[in-house]
Each structure stands twice: as C-alpha cells, then as structure tokens.
Design a protein around this ligand. Structure first.
Ligand SMILES: [Zn+2]
Length: 170
C-alpha cells in the first residue's frame, strides 16, 4: 500500500524491491518494512527498522450475540460465490467459504519496536502513521472488496512505551 502511495516501482508480482544502494538509501519503505531485493548486490546495511509482534484476540470482546453466529470457537464461516453479470446466477465452481473473526472483535497486545539506527531514522516514524491511516481507509490482506479484513478505525496506544537505542549492525 505504501509502495503505491509513494509511487514506487513494483515488480510484476506487485511488490516493491530496491535493488541497489542508491535506491535503498532513498527509500523509506525498505528501511522501515525491510527489503526482499537482492541484498547481496548492496553494500549498505539493510536492517529493518520496524518489528511487529503477533496480535491476540481479546476474548472479552466476543459477545454472546457473536457466539451465536459462530461455527467454530472463535470464528465464523462465511460462504460466498461469484455472480455472473450476464445471467445473474452463480458461476459454477465459485462457491467458497472463508473463516473469519466476527465483526467487532478486538485484537490487543501487539508490540511494535522501531529501531533507530541513525538520526535520520526518526524522520521515518511518520511514515508508519501514514501507513496506518491508509489501512484504516482500506483493508488488511485479501477479501476486502467483500467487506472482510477491515481495520478498525480506532487503534489505541499502549501507555507502556520504552525507548531503546540500537547501533546499526548489532
Ligand atoms: Zn525500497
């Protein structure tokens, strides 16, 4: 998403990859989220600044009403099919099911660590907030066009922030 927002070149698989030192040094995306380019061709350190831990379902957020609609312990199953625009009928073989958490489920306790290897890295922090705003207007993963994987418009901040300074290469 940030690749498109920043008009970066994408591969035919829809990914952005810096392939040389000069591109990487001018690329906030690869510095923050890491690069999958051929780092052997690069001589500059390509350390990822942002580390994101797993996020866990807040079981308290699952209401009795949600439970009544869930097929599995913590998830519901949604059936979908593709409709032919010409005939208005379901396309043969298009029936599929998706397992998902119910709308309104809350996830918590994700820990984000942003490593500042050099002074200029502090300027990259705002890019993360821009990315979160873009996600709020879009969705995570696939199936967003059918109202699945929407990010909540509220991301609460933990009060437990810690500063940590790490030197590059360690
Ligand atoms: Zn890049």
């Amino acid at each position: 998403m940030m690749e498109r927002f920043r008009s970066r070149t994408l591969t035919d698989r829809g990914m952005h990859l810096c392939q040389n030192d000069q591109d990487y040094l001018n690329c906030s995306i690869c510095k923050i989220w890491g690069t999958m380019g051929d780092v052997k061709k690069m001589s500059v350190p390509t350390l990822t600044r942002l580390l994101v831990s797993d996020v866990y379902l807040d079981r308290q957020s699952i209401t009795e009403e949600m439970r009544n609609n869930m097929e599995l312990q913590w998830t519901e199953v949604k059936f979908e099919t593709a409709i032919s625009r010409l005939t208005g009928t379901a396309l043969t073989g298009s029936l599929r099911q998706t397992e998902r958490v119910p709308a309104g489920a809350v996830f918590k306790d994700s820990r984000w660590i942003f490593n500042i290897f050099q002074e200029e890295d502090k300027d990259l922090l705002k890019e993360i907030f821009i990315a979160l705003e873009l996600l709020e207007q879009d969705y995570i993963g696939g199936m967003g066009s059918v109202d699945t994987a929407e990010l909540p418009s509220r991301i609460s901040k933990s009060s437990g922030t810690q500063g940590r300074h790490t030197k590059a290469g360690k």
